[in-house]
Design a protein around this ligand. Structure first.
Ligand code: AVJ
Ligand code: FE
Length: 437
């Protein structure tokens, strides 16, 4: 249920769709056609695939499912079905050329906006239209691919294509303790009220959580370097067996994009090589690396419920907030989101984004690996399609929380769940650690 009126939802949906398309345009207009169709990494699609896939999903869900329209280009559905072709094989498919892909996505968008103008978004309507859900879902889908395309930008080599101002500096990092205490007790996890929450965030339910301590900020590059310099990548004691096998197989010795040069650690970030910054959250580590660091530090990764309790539970009212700071939407003062900055902010930034527990930078900056497998909540119902979440449930995928600098606010909230394989390193992921109280 949503208590937001239909006209407000219509405006929000329009705004979210336009914001997403501006971002898509920036990511796809900042490189030439050769780079749009190239494979920058076998882990990623060519950028031009993401572009047409964004249009195709919008056609399927807004024009066909909501609008009941005939298919514009039914023959391309298979090409842009993520389950039919692996990312590595996509460059060899007969994909739409860049100009065609742009025209297709913009044709679909024009029709989708016409539909949005007249769509009945009220409570009693069809589930896809209720509260503008399908429009919000499609805006989130586009933004998720904009994050994916930003990962492709990070993996590409060649002249710099994207730049952005630095995020705000910390205000007084020394004023905050290293860890916060979250006392024992139940809290409400997930949501039944957030109108555009995806199926895996639903329904709201109570969870018991034992008392624990959580890092005030994500683990920094400087702290992670101590693990490296202590021989962490060479010591099987710290690693899960599969993680140790990964380290040995690929000779890993540092996060992705790092290299040592004359005794100094450097990293490549969107085409620029720079010294690794000491007090910025570490990025581009796999779940196995996060897990090993935590064990080395005598700690552990937080569970998903611990993370969400630390981020949302308000001990005064007993209810769960939409965000750490309250129910109000994110602003540039509260969180590093939306690709406004192309890096996480240093530890102690965003004092206005802190949670009641005292933890900072939970939303934005870096996705945070949790100890938890991606599983359905009690009462889960797949909606509107099984391939969004349900087919990924199980021990193979670990949950990430909180969003990164690359995530737009439409696809980020206290209940939002992301997941990936524990070996993944190219995603904008870091972590924080916890311990039992
Ligand atoms: C939720 C980020 C894991 O990118 O694979 C995009 C989102 N689903 N298109 C992904 C998604 C379908 C998904 N993640
Ligand atoms: Fe997709």
């Amino acid at each position: 249920a949503s208590d937001i009126d239909p006209e407000t939802l219509r405006r929000r949906a329009l705004d979210a769709l336009l914001t997403a398309r501006d971002r898509t345009a920036l990511l796809t207009d900042s490189v030439d056609d050769g780079e749009l169709t190239a494979q920058h990494s076998p882990l990623m699609s060519p950028l031009v695939w993401d572009l047409a896939h964004i249009g195709n999903q919008e056609e399927q869900w807004l024009l066909r499912a909501v609008g009941g329209r005939e298919a514009l280009r039914p023959e391309i559905d298979g090409l842009y079905n993520a389950f039919e072709h692996s990312r590595a094989s996509r460059p060899s498919l007969p994909l739409l050329a860049p100009a065609e892909a742009r025209t297709y996505a913009s044709d679909v968008r024009g029709r989708a906006l016409d539909l949005l103008e007249g769509a009945p978004l009220h409570e009693g309507g069809r589930p896809l239209e209720r509260a503008g859900f399908a429009f919000g879902m499609i805006a989130q889908h586009e933004q998720q691919h904009d994050e994916t395309m930003l990962i492709t930008h990070q993996l590409r080599t060649g002249p710099v294509a994207l730049t952005a101002p630095a995020p705000p500096a910390p205000v007084d990092a020394g004023a905050f303790p290293d860890e916060v205490l979250v006392p024992e007790g139940p809290f409400t996890m997930g949501t039944s009220a957030e109108p555009w929450a995806l199926d895996n965030e639903r329904p709201a339910h109570r969870r018991e959580v034992a008392a624990f301590h959580l890092d005030t900020s994500p683990v920094t590059c400087g702290a992670y370097l101590r693990f490296i310099e202590d021989g962490g990548y060479g010591d099987a004691r710290w690693w899960a067996p599969e993680g140790w096998a990964m380290v040995r197989e690929h000779d890993l010795e540092a996060p992705l994009f790092w290299r040592r040069d004359a005794g100094q650690w450097l990293r490549r970030r969107f085409g620029v090589t720079e010294p690794v910054p000491d007090d910025e959250p570490v990025l581009h580590v796999s779940w196995y690396e996060a897990d090993a660091y935590a064990r080395w530090a005598g700690r552990r990764l937080p569970t998903e419920s611990e993370w969400e309790k630390a981020a949302r539970h308000d001990p005064v009212s007993g209810r769960s907030r939409r965000y750490p700071w309250g129910d109000e939407d994110p602003t540039p003062e509260r969180a590093n989101l939306g690709q406004r900055h192309l890096r996480p902010a240093r530890s102690g930034a965003y004092p206005q984004g802190r949670s009641p527990s005292g933890a900072g930078q939970l939303i934005g900056d870096v996705w945070e690996w949790t100890a938890s497998d991606f599983l359905p909540y009690p009462g889960f119902v797949a909606f509107p399609y099984r391939e969004y979440s349900e087919v990924f449930f199980g021990p193979g995928h670990k949950v990430l929380r909180g969003g990164s600098f690359a995530v737009d606010q439409v696809a980020c909230r206290g209940t939002f769940r992301n997941w990936d394989l524990p070996v993944r390193r190219q995603i904008f992921a870091g972590f924080r650690t916890a311990r039992d109280a």
